[in-house]
Design a protein around this ligand. Structure first.
Ligand code: PGA
Length: 251
């Protein structure tokens, strides 16, 4: 039986609200917490809700540090397709997180290995991630940890899977523009977070979500490693979580 706490809600907006409650709780208990953030379509309702609560004076990010899961290789932070830019335009520009408390991988780093080690070392110096937000890819990836023969522990350079590039091409002019490689936190870095919050929306992820949470733990489905973590909360909309119901105990 999976130990994760699974919450099924009506729709993406509701996921945003429930996820924001978990962020608020973490920040209330530890105002100088380290938040691990994610990009993609899934966290957008959460970021909108965090901004709304900040504007209403309900949340204060002044002591918070943030780190991000991943970044495309070869894109400058200012590039409109970069994940740095995504975070700036969807969250950082609208809340009071201090610039010096934001850690992002630099897609233009000359020495990728050095960049990855610096990234991990900084997270460690800051005290480790308190709450890591993640989505799940259609192939079971977390961050950009693509299906592979082994779980890669450390922050590393990865060649993007063809289906990931195809999926992400919706945000580019064409598939050929999607970078072929990225830097990503490893499964070990994600696993080291004290608490993990996995959000999932969209019916076409229901099968992979079930495999990740209830199938064999295997690097072929990187998200399956979450089964071994002691503090995982999964929030999904009813359609995406449909296949999970048969594994859940009735309330
Ligand atoms: P999405 O991406 O939120 O855009 O679906 C999730 C992921 O690929 O991890």
């Amino acid at each position: 039986m999976n130990k994760a706490k699974i919450i099924l809600v009506k729709n993406a907006e509701e996921i945003g609200g429930r996820a924001a409650d978990i962020f608020a709780d973490t920040m209330r208990k530890k105002p100088n917490c380290i938040l691990g953030l994610a990009t993609g379509s899934t966290p957008l309702p959460l970021y909108r809700e965090l901004i709304a609560r900040y504007r209403r004076g309900e949340m204060d990010f002044s002591g918070v540090h943030t780190v991000n899961l991943d970044e495309y290789l070869g894109l400058a932070p200012e590039d409109s397709q970069s994940y740095s830019h995504f975070m700036k335009t969807n969250l950082f520009d609208f809340v009071n997180i201090k610039k010096e408390n934001i850690l992002l991988l630099n897609g233009l780093a000359e020495n990728v290995e050095k960049e990855c080690r610096h990234y991990e070392n900084t997270i460690e110096e800051w005290g480790g991630i308190d709450l890591q937000l993640i989505g799940i890819g259609h192939n079971g990836h977390i961050g950009f940890n693509e299906p592979s023969k082994e779980f890669i522990v450390e922050t590393h350079l990865i060649k993007l899977a063809q289906d990931t590039r195809k999926m992400n091409s919706r945000l580019f002019n064409s598939e050929s523009e999607v970078p072929r490689a990225a830097m990503t936190m490893g499964c070990g870095n994600i696993f080291a977070a004290k608490k993990i919050l996995l959000l999932a929306t969209g019916r076409n992820k229901s099968e992979i979500l079930e495999r990740a949470l209830f199938g064999t733990v295997t690097p072929r489905v990187p998200a399956s490693i979450l089964q071994l973590h002691p503090d995982v909360t999964v929030i999904a909309d009813a359609d995406t979580g449909e296949k999970l119901k048969r594994h859940m105990l009735p309330n």
